[in-house]
Design a protein around this ligand. Sequence first.
Ligand code: SF4
Length: 181
Amino acid sequence: MSSLQMREMEVLGKDIGFSNVAEMDVGTVRLLGDVRRMCESNGCGMYGRNWSCPPACGSLEECEARISGYRRGILVQTVGELEDEFDGEGMMETEARHKDAFVRMHDELKKVFPKLLSIGAGCCTRCKVCSYPDAPCRFPEKQFSSMEAYGMLVTQICQDNGMAYYYGPGTIAYTSCFLLE
Ligand code: SF4
């Protein structure tokens, strides 16, 4: 199979376990300094602790160069239900489901799109403990950065591509994207 149509990718994504799959126009992607500065404020505690996160993932200019040339993409999303807004276990369970589906989707799309660029939610978790900064990345071909690390504002990208981001109280959504080439 030389390519996959959007409908086939939607079916594949849903089979793998995503809640939603949508076509993404790469022209809507803007890499924003404000998002990168949010990484630098280290709210998630991963800044400077993983090869896939800033500063190791490269400057926004380097990220821009990496995504240039891609025109076609898809957004994938996992929506989870929470018992209440403090349901950390529910959040972690939804994130784990999303990351598991993300890796499986990457492996499937890679068979069809050799230059696939997979951009996830949260830092790379291919290894239990990232080798950063003591040794080179163990799997440079398989590591993935987050949309935020690229400076992408996930809400804006969802909105501009017709995908909801917020599903009401008691829910949480994790979103990733794949650039296809
Ligand atoms: S593949 Fe492993 S070493 Fe490389 S960025 Fe991911 S977690 Fe770190």
